[in-house]
Unconditional design. Structure first.
Length: 173
């Protein structure tokens, strides 16, 4: 007799809140299916609103910027006066090469320029045109290759090189 009493007490102590298949079905519905429908509804609500491009005040302008052509043609005056090496240095190069910022060799520092001068004018000129290390192409400027060459000669000669002034390219006939 005491065994049956003990068995019923044991069953009552270890039973969960779900006792019937109907309760199980409702628990599954609320645990899994209902959250999925809530998530779908939230995603629909967020994505269905008409939103302009990020940061765009004028939608037409933003659209025009997104669909613009990739290439652009810029016409320059081929007969303009070319800057000297010193003018290019003062306009573009002095920001880093005077202070030695980001590892740039300081203007006139023969020790810093010596290993670079050994690589030759063409290597220095290519580094200046294409950029090297923290320096961007043309030092971030928008100059003719000839002007960059003159600036390279100016800076390298101040550091101990003996490069000749580059010759001005002939105009197209």
């Amino acid at each position: 007799m005491s065994d049956t009493t003990h068995a019923s007490e044991h069953d009552e102590a270890h039973t969960g809140p779900i006792k019937t298949p109907k309760q199980l079905l409702v628990a599954v519905l609320f645990s899994f299916v209902l959250p999925i429908f809530i998530i779908i509804g939230l995603v629909y609500a967020v994505t269905s609103q008409n939103k302009p491009a990020a940061g765009a005040v004028n939608v037409e302008r933003a659209t025009a910027e997104r669909i613009q052509k990739i290439g652009m043609v810029e016409i320059r005056d081929a007969n303009r006066e070319m800057k000297t090496g010193e003018q290019v240095f003062k306009a573009q190069c002095t920001a880093c090469h005077t202070a030695g910022a980001a590892g740039a060799p300081k203007f006139g520092d023969a020790g810093a320029w010596a290993p670079r001068i050994k690589t030759g004018f063409d290597a220095l000129w290519n580094s200046a045109l294409k950029g090297k290390g923290a320096m961007g192409a043309q030092g971030g400027g928008d100059l003719a290759d000839y002007e960059i060459a003159r600036a390279v000669v100016y800076m390298a000669n101040a550091g101990g090189a003996k490069f000749d002034e580059p010759k001005k390219p002939e105009a197209a006939k």
